[in-house]
Each structure stands twice: as C-alpha cells, then as structure tokens.
Design a protein around this ligand. Sequence first.
Ligand SMILES: *Cc1c(COP(=O)(O)O)cnc(C)c1O
Length: 410
Amino acid sequence: MSKKKHEHRFETACVHAGSHPDALFGGVSVPIYQSSTFAFANAEQGAARFEGRDPGYKYTRLGNPTTAALEACIAELEGGGMGLATASGMAAISTVYMAFLGNGIHIVSTDSVYGPSRTLMEREFGRFGVESSYVDTANLANLKKALKPNTKMVYLETPANPTLAITDIAGAAEIAHKAGAIVVVDNTFCSPMLQRPLDLGADIVLHSMTKFINGHSDVVSGMLVARDQQLFNRLKTVLVQMGGTIDPHQAWLVMRGVKTLGLRMRVAQDNAARLALDLQKHPAVASVCYPGLPSHPQHELAKKQMKGFGAMISFELKGGVEAGRMLMDTVKLSTLAVSLGGVESLIQHPASMTHASMGAEARRAAGITDGLVRFSPGCEAYEDLRDDMIAALDAIDRRFADKDAKVAGV
Ligand SMILES: *Cc1c(COP(=O)(O)O)cnc(C)c1O
C-alpha cells in the first residue's frame, strides 16, 4: 500500500508483482484455483473466517487466491493502493457508481467517455435519482462550473475515448477535493505504464483489462484500484453483493497477459507514433489526432502527465463517413472490430459502433464526428501495418478523386 512497495521498474513489476512460487509444488506460474468454495478444517475455523479473525478463503465470489495475485499485481503497477478484480470493465464502472452515488447525488463526468459508461449513468442510475453532468474536462473551467453542492464524484477518462482529449488529473483532483467529491479515473487507454492517476491525486483508478493489460483480445475483465482501505472496503462490499467478480481462470489469463504489458505497450506506442506521422502526410486524410503530435490541443499536458503518448490514434478522412467505411472494408491486416489494446491492430467507426448508443446530439457536443475513425495499432511490424493502411488510403484517394472529377464534369 505504501510507495515503498513499488521497488522495481515497470517491466520488472509486470513480470513479478503478485507472483510467487506456489507453496505446494513450487509452480512458477500462479496456480488456477478453479474452486467455487474452500473447505474449513472445523466449525471454529469457518466461523473465524466469516468474522474476519482468520484471513483464509471462504467462497470465490468473496475472494480467491488466483484473483488475489492479479489484484496485488495491478495495485503495485498503479503505484500502491488496493486492487479489486471484476468480471468486465463495465462491472468495475457500475460498482464505482453503485458504491458512492444515490438518490439526489450528482456526478460530473468527462463528456466523451466510453459510450456505455455514460448510457449506464444516464439511463439506469438516472432512474434511481442520480444526477449527472457531462462536460469537456480538458478545460478545467468547465469542471468547476459544473460542480454543485451535491456533487460527490468527478469521473474522468483521459485520454478520452475516442477523441483523445486529455484532462489534467492533478488540477481536476484539486478542484474536486475542495468541493468534497472523490475522483475516479478510467485509465484504460494508458495502462499504468504511461499514467498513474493515484500519484496525481485520484482516489480510485479503474481499467477495462480487456484492453492493454490483458492485451490478447481473449478475455473480458476489469480492475478497480482504491487509494485507501475505506474506499476499498466500500467497493468490495458492493462488488461481492452485486456479483460482478472475476472468475479465477479469467484472472489467470490476465495474469499471463500482464507479464508482457511493458513490451507490448512499447511496440504498439511506437507503431502509433509512426503511423500518426505517415497518416498526416497522406492526401486522403483530413486530420490526425494523436497526443504525441504538436497539433494535439493538450500536447504539452500529455508530455507532463503521461510517460508516453499512448497507442491510440483517431483520424478523419477527407471523404467523411463514406471514405471511413471504405477504409474499414479495404484494410486487410487490421481487423474491423471494436475493442483496443490487443496484439492485433483493430480499426472501428465510433459514431456507428462504440458510441452509437449515446445519440447523435451528445456525440456532436462531445466532438465525436461522423467521419472519425479510431485505430488501435497492435504489435505487428510497422512496415506491414503502414503498407496495408497506405494501400487502402491510396485506393480511397483514387476513388474519391474520380468522383470529384465526375461531379466537376472533367
Ligand atoms: C472497453 C472499455 C470499457 C469497458 O470495458 P469492458 O471490459 O468491455 O466491460 C471501459 N472504458 C474504456 C475506456 C474502454 O475502452
């Protein structure tokens, strides 16, 4: 829980944090305790476990050794705090909402958050009297203005999805704490390698581990990391009762994935940085959004707040939605699929896919244009990724140039 625990460099911690040879046979990989329940030696021990006098395991929804290893690992990567693994990123998000909000309580959130984080709040929690405001938190004046006497939570996603707008976490935490609100940060896009919100003053960090942390597009899972015991206890109480706990096999797979997080993130980030530059030069591309480009509106803040510019790019084609659709249908190496942060490159169209549920008006207000394409480079060799993308863009350029020529009557 203390800073002292974070003794090693990031890549080292990815490999070792939470792992120890198994006590029974010395297995180097954490065993999968695929058991729903745990036998007590006698009635006294069972009672002691339920009273908390004996820390042993009772029932997997309440805790499991494989899951505990993963929780210790991610908490250490986030620089301290206490981890709580969940069945999905959305299970982490719904647990945070459920734990700290209620009738008559107000939350302020980044406007271009992951689509379901917003629709869950507005449509479901709204039914129970939770009030919510969505603002562009990249400008802290908007956050300040949105606070009310009943605001109890500031919910940030930075870089945001899919606009990659960046919020000053330390600045937002200062404002929120003065107003008596806790700060929750969805750190999925950065992973703890590039950004550690607890160090910047956040109270709770959450992840969709489905993305970079697991990194192999084969598991859905999530994680909550709380700054202190009190916040952790509240989250755990709600999670085990709502039932969104992770399965031990799922936890083991993520444990396997996280060992290469440092390596994967480095390669994917390098691919993103190089592709951002090459896309910028292409005649079919209208604009490229990547925090590493000096043209990004919060480029200076990204330099200060993040240890790298990340591995997500969004861009807009001159031919708008139609050209974007053609791109997704033309690329061969990159897969047309939602999700991100896996070893394979994924491309998708937020307005008709991940952010379709929030509605056209909210999308417009959050800066999610109809022509925006979101790209998550994987760990392929850069040259292959580039050749595939450029070939598709060249085809689009020819097609749209022909069309323009016909319209002009040439
Ligand atoms: C995918 C994602 C989520 C939701 O996670 P699931 O694992 O799909 O439930 C939340 N936030 C962000 C930023 C995401 O990309």
